[in-house]
Design a protein around this ligand. Structure first.
Ligand SMILES: *[C@@H]1O[C@H](CO)[C@@H](O)[C@H](O)[C@H]1NC(C)=O
Length: 200
């Protein structure tokens, strides 16, 4: 789903952990100690974070306000080198016992071409901390690609205005891969990041 640029921009801020200069500051506090949780009621063809990557060489240390990360992510999703990978992100808000969709969503049609683009927010908060960028920059999240990170803190600070940003929120990430004929690969990925948005 596509929305007007302003909304997309705000979602990008939300997802990409960047401190922008504007109105009110919020902090995203991770809810569960695993960072990533599974999507509910998905068919077998939809795998979770463990289907995307081996995180056994990655350490996550939780602080009140950020997660200290270091180590390696090795991608294991059974797609092919050269596939186009699409990433769809949707934000939900917890209200009176259920998860309600918000208007915030974002679709990145070709994630691979943007993963190490220095102008992107995820580069500034995450992928710039990868030591072996030169070696893996053309290998996207294809199986066998190992991203080696130096230690860094993932601190999600959001600055936005005009939206009721407070309380428990969930970001759902979906990855789909397409071959050169644009035929979708049989497996896709879905995982969620749950956290409490708090005004700073
Ligand atoms: C990360 O990968 C590098 C290179 O393969 C290896 O030397 C290092 O021990 C790994 N780090 C961890 C925490 O396993």
């Amino acid at each position: 789903m596509w929305f007007e640029p302003k909304i997309v921009f705000e979602v990008v801020l939300l997802i990409l952990f960047l401190n922008q200069s504007s109105a009110i500051k919020y902090r995203f506090n991770f809810e569960n100690e695993g960072v990533f949780s599974d999507c509910a009621n998905e068919p077998r063809s939809v795998k979770n974070m463990e289907g995307l990557a081996d995180l056994s060489e990655m350490t996550f240390k939780y602080n009140m306000e950020f997660v200290a990360l270091s180590g390696n992510i090795t991608y294991i999703w059974d797609i092919q080198p050269g596939d186009r990978v699409q990433c769809d992100i949707q934000v939900f808000r917890f209200d009176r016992g259920s998860w309600l969709p918000t208007i915030l969503s974002l679709s990145i049609a070709d994630m691979c071409s943007k993963l190490y683009d220095e102008s992107q927010y995820w580069y500034k908060s995450w992928t710039k901390n990868i030591i072996n960028i030169d070696e893996i920059k053309d290998k996207c999240v294809y199986p066998g690609t190992k991203a080696i990170h130096k230690s860094f803190d993932l601190d999600i600070v959001i600055e936005i205005s005009g939206l009721p940003w407070r309380g428990l929120h969930k970001m759902i990430f979906r990855f789909k891969a397409f071959d050169s004929k644009n035929v979708i690969r049989p497996t896709s990925i879905c995982f969620a990041i749950v956290g409490e948005i708090e005004r700073m």
